[in-house]
Design a protein around this ligand. Sequence first.
Ligand SMILES: *[C@@H]1O[C@H](CO)[C@@H](O)[C@H](O)[C@H]1NC(C)=O
Ligand SMILES: *[C@@H]1O[C@H](CO)[C@@H](O)[C@H](O)[C@H]1NC(C)=O
Ligand SMILES: *[C@@H]1O[C@H](CO)[C@@H](O)[C@H](O)[C@H]1NC(C)=O
Length: 398
Amino acid sequence: MLLQWAPLLTLVLSAIAEPGQKPLPEASNETPLLPESVSSELLYLHRTLVEISSITRNEEKVGKWLASYLRDKNFTVELQEVAPQRYNVLAYGKKRDTTILLSSHIDTVPPYWPYYYNKTTDIIGGRGSVDAKGSVAAQIIATLGFKDQLQDDISLLFVVGEEVDGAGMRAFSDWAKRPEYEIVIFGEPTEGKLVCGHKGIMHPTLKAIGKAAHSGYPWLGVSANDILIEALERLVVLREHLPWSEKYGNTTVNFGRIEGGVAANVVAETAEASLAMRLAAGSPKEIVELVERALKDVISDAKELGGSLEVSWKNEGYGPININCDIEGFDKITVNYGTDVPHLKGDYKRYLYGPGTIFVAHSDHEALKRLELEQAVLDYRRLVIAASKMEHQENIDM
Ligand SMILES: *[C@@H]1O[C@H](CO)[C@@H](O)[C@H](O)[C@H]1NC(C)=O
Ligand SMILES: *[C@@H]1O[C@H](CO)[C@@H](O)[C@H](O)[C@H]1NC(C)=O
Ligand SMILES: *[C@@H]1O[C@H](CO)[C@@H](O)[C@H](O)[C@H]1NC(C)=O
């Protein structure tokens, strides 16, 4: 009923608006890319996902809502328990073994920021709106738009824990019951571009142990802070000599967290530094060797003084990850952030694409434009079609 009267209402409104009067704030005049009903479904799905807070380790609520949404759309849904109250969501149509997998993550970084949609600017924001619920929503809507035959050859996987350690994708990768896919399209904010690869990452932690003493008599103790400072100095020098590549640029080292000692007038007993190394070239093994060589003297000097320095690695890490980007009609980039791509083992063609930019992803102004979301739906469809055509030239009947 309301809809029928809408044109008339507009006429009436424009008739009473006098010349020179300030116009009502208009909805954005950018032409939608999707039909009205598809666009509003996309916005509804995206909004609900963002409104449910899902900071890493608290993904249960959003996962369960998503599972029920997908069941309502007639997908078969399986929840894989990764840890108590933490579930990956796997959805598929008529068959479980599909050629294509679309995947993204449902956890976000803290803190929670509420959803908003500014209709004047057409900007949609809130925690996770970009990273990565924009990808999640666009992948689902893209899949729903396919005819049965192609839709039934697509699985959807939404994992937990991407923002911390990739626990969800690692668990899925190791899951004995999981199918092997031929094409996997990962969703992360890539500005609507196709990513040809990303840097590797390693997380070393340096731990220095000394012996506490009164700062008036420092020779009675061993300063863990002194040991750590020496070690960090070597790494600042090493940083300029780490492997690099044309494709990814320089390997970078961030001394993200440093702490040591208890007070200015006490010789520090312990000190610790946590680093993030973004690998532009080389393997984790090579990097471990370079770091160990750089710290060799500091380690033996510390031992001689009665203290110690130990290097540990949060996990084995990985070198640069090359990703397929052999599809025409997309802008192409490389990125410096880590993803779940290396955590899904196997021999498959992999793509990485998603709406929104990483530069706002973890910030308090995380947001994207409605058109970016809509474009992502079209682009995921293009990607699926192009990738599967290359894979099975003859089998696809659109
Ligand atoms: C799901 O399947 C039921 C039964 O076949 C059908 O009536 C319904 O329209 C389907 N729903 C969607 C969203 O396709
Ligand atoms: C939407 O954005 C415009 C332009 O930045 C701003 O003036 C307006 O207050 C915003 N509207 C809401 C509801 O936040
Ligand atoms: C890499 O490091 C070198 C030497 O520090 C610097 O001159 C160069 O600009 C860096 N390259 C990039 C892409 O940042």
